[in-house]
Ligand binder design. Structure first.
Ligand code: SF4
Ligand code: SF4
Length: 732
């Protein structure tokens, strides 16, 4: 060992020792913070599916590749990081001797070739990612950036580190080539040979370059260890467990969508017949009341801003960005952690848990952080502003886009639950809806005895459950479908088409109440459980004696469809629920319904969030329209998984939209930009919102918003297109 190697070895060992010590400390700190969260035993089930999904999502980059260029570039960088970590390890042999290499594999041509290829592709990948970050930098002139609010220096830092590590990998090899100590042939390592051709014949070059590579790598480790909230770096490690522990590992997409998690206390679902707010946790009022998976979610955020770029609230000038919400919760959790780890925290009655002695030497910043209300205005020093919390439509675009499977909607609803159930703090205009749900069983407050008014004037009988012995489908009409004028047209159109196709069905009539979706999404789990339990009982009675496959329900409202199909199981109601567009697509494809006259004038389709993203029903409505319209369906730029919300979900239908541009107007402008004369929908709320948007733009004469079922009915029964215009006046 020469004098240069003695120095390089000592320096490499010293910086590595410091970096490893700091990294171990950082990992222990992160683990301690995540463990502060509430139990989540359900995350440990189904380990086989969890492992498979984690491997598919990480190795296959299935979620990242939805954005193909970024996804491909990131894949090469990820593979580069994993494989080229071996080359960082090899650098430790090279600081000791310039001709050193990894034992065993370090002499294989295959290893030389693989690392050469991955090194080159990694270089290309990181340059692409750097260019994308620069092109989308928040300070660029014009336009909103998905990186707005991200900690930009961290992203640049990580990218430069990757770039330099890759470059120095080739420099080390180049010195070995230049000094004739390189074992791999030219054909396997052409770039290394090319670099070697321009480097001097310096015998110590490889050792010095290896030291620089180690210093760069360890600088990265030191910096991220000193910044445990640096998700852009830590996600390399945290993404694996975060994906492994996601809510429903068997779901290929939208694991955090569809059903909401039940309200839990100490990891157990709460039953309101026994729950006690002094003993049980009602929603989330303190950051440590999220589950440990929630805290892991916050720690894993890469700050990529994909969620932000798709969020309807953010895109229409509201203060909510799912990314910024997650970052605020993360920063708050880590800043408050010293206080919590010292034994601090409030019990459910609001009393301090720690003794004065425990908090005596507490960092004042941690104490100040602990004093912040989780939900509060800037003046109150709140972590999350109420306007942020209530701007969410629960559309799920954030969850859909997140490459590391963060479950934003669950966290938002958990915070809403506390605000509604304990603080009674929510937008006042939604109070009428909640009162109507409690007193009348529907959000409009319409009299229950008008639930069947939509059947009046139909040229066939609509039977009630109990009046007929056998029916294939229970037609769940929904409150909008029963009481709201436009939605009643859809209800009538669906009933007419089912009758035409010879499908036997029955309704619950006055036995039906609201599914509970708006109550649950606003955070009122108590009212949700009350309504849902009543409905589950009614439905179980209606289907008594039938196995699950024969407990078939068809619903026109995607919110009811989602609640009945995905959430009633939490309360003992197991049903086979389909959306009417699915059933109609089946009836058309099996020849039970025959469109005879295509509807013309250009048609576009708006995907309802709770049908599309939340339940992956993208094709059936398009199939129905494909058979019923003239020419091709005109897609809006944002469609299917990336569809843009109408603004009504998450109980926003019953709240005023006071901030920014109206979401429905944004969507209507997009629909109108296609030139289509018909905007087809599959949801009564979307219908209301888009109709309001069209009318607000004074385009009611030129553009019609209408349900897919009505479009099909016009095509199946062209001689009687007014069938859906016979609805009785709106009740209540
Ligand atoms: S659910 Fe929709 S509105 Fe809510 S934060 Fe996510 S993207 Fe935004
Ligand atoms: S998409 Fe996921 S990882 Fe990216 S900023 Fe949003 S929450 Fe963070």
């Amino acid at each position: 060992m020469g004098s240069v190697q003695i120095v390089t070895t000592i320096l490499a060992a010293a910086i590595t020792a410091v970096a490893v010590w700091l990294a171990v400390r950082a990992v222990m700190k992160m683990t301690a913070v995540i463990r502060l969260g509430q139990p989540a035993p359900e995350r440990f089930t189904d380990k086989g599916a969890r492992t498979r999904t984690m491997l598919v999502e990480t190795a296959g980059h299935t979620r990242m590749l939805k954005w193909s260029v970024v996804g491909a570039a990131h894949w090469f960088v990820m593979v580069g990081f994993i494989v080229l970590s071996l080359l960082v390890l090899e650098a430790y042999f090279e600081v000791v001797t310039p001709t050193g290499g990894l034992p065993v594999v370090g002499h294989w041509t295959v290893f030389g070739l693989a690392t050469e290829v991955i090194g080159v592709l990694g270089l290309v990948g990181i340059l692409v990612l750097m260019a994308i970050r620069l092109r989308n930098r928040p300070t660029r002139p014009g336009g909103r950036s998905r990186f707005t609010g991200s900690t930009m220096w961290q992203g640049y830092f990580v990218e430069w580190i990757v770039l330099l590590v890759l470059i120095f990998g080739f420099v080390i090899r180049g010195f070995k080539v230049a000094t004739d100590h390189f074992e791999y042939p030219l054909w396997a390592t052409p770039v290394s040979h090319a670099v070697g051709a321009v480097l001097p014949d310096w015998q110590d070059g490889a050792s010095v370059a290896a030291l620089i590579k180690i210093v760069i790598s360890m600088t990265w480790l030191i910096v991220i260890s000193l910044n445990v909230t640096m998700g852009v770096a830590w996600h390399r490690f945290l993404a694996f467990p975060n994906i492994f522990f996601k809510r429903e590992p068997a779901k290929p997409a939208g694991s955090g969508l569809g059903a909401l998690r039940p309200m839990t206390s100490q990891g157990k679902p709460l039953d309101f017949e026994e729950a006690d707010p002094e003993k049980d946790q009602f929603g989330v009022a303190q950051v440590e009341q999220f589950s440990w998976k929630g805290l892991l979610d916050f720690s894993t955020c890469t700050e990529c801003g994909r969620c932000q770029s798709q969020c309807p609230a953010w895109n229409t000038g509201k203060p909510l960005s799912p990314k910024l919400l997650v970052l605020s919760l993360r920063d708050h959790a880590y800043a408050k952690a010293p206080y919590l780890l010292a034994g601090g925290g409030k019990d459910l009655t609001g009393e301090e848990k720690a003794t004065a002695a425990q908090l005596a030497h507490m960092d004042v910043l941690a104490l100040a952080e602990a004093d912040k209300p989780l939900i509060g205005t800037a003046e109150e020093g709140g972590v999350i502003d109420p306007d942020v919390l209530w701007s969410c439509t629960t559309c799920g675009a954030c969850v859909e886009q997140c490459p590391v499977d963060i479950e934003h909607v669950d966290h938002i609803v958990d915070m809403r639950r506390y605000q509604v159930l304990i603080e009674s703090s929510f937008p006042s205009e939604a109070g009428v809806m909640l009162r109507n749900l409690e007193n009348k069983g529907n959000p409009w407050g319409a009299p229950q005895n008008t639930r069947e008014d939509w059947t009046k004037g139909l040229d066939f009988e609509v039977p009630r459950v109990g009046e007929v012995d056998d029916f294939e489908y229970l037609f769940w009409v929904g409150c909008a479908g029963a009481f709201e004028d436009r939605a009643k047209k859809t209800t009538r159109a669906v009933a007419t088409l089912l009758n035409e196709a010879g499908v036997t069905f029955a309704i619950l009539g006055e036995g039906e109440t609201c599914s509970g979706d708006p109550a649950r999404r606003i955070g009122n789990e108590f009212v949700f459980q009350m309504l849902a339990q009543q409905n589950v009982e009614t439905l179980n009675e209606a289907f008594e004696g039938r196995e699950k496959a024969k407990r078939k329900i068809v619903a026109t409202c995607p919110h009811c469809f989602n609640t009945l199909g995905n959430e009633y199981g939490q309360l003992g109601g197991e049903f086979e629920v389909v959306h009417h567009t699915q059933l109609l697509a089946h009836l058309v494809s099996t020849g039970k319904l025959t469109p005879v006259q295509p509807v013309d004038g250009g048609v576009t389709y708006h995907d309802p969030c709770y049908l599309g993203r939340h339940n992956r029903v993208f094709a059936p409505p398009r199939e129905v329209l494909g058979t019923a319209i003239e020419g091709e369906l005109t897609e809006m730029p944002r469609n299917s998984e990336r569809s843009f919300c109408c603004g009504a979900g998450g109980a926003r239908m019953w709240m005023e939209e006071k901030i920014g541009k109206r979401i429905n107007v944004d969507r209507v402008e997009e629909a109108m930009s296609t030139g289509a004369k018909t905007v087809a929908v599959g949801c009564p709320f979307c219908s209301t919102m888009l109709n309001d948007g069209v009318n607000g733009k004074g385009a009611g004469e030129q553009v019609e918003v209408v349900d897919v079922a009505s479009v099909l009915l016009r095509s199946v029964r062209p001689e009687q297109p007014q069938g859906d215009k016979q609805a009785a006046p709106v009740a209540g």
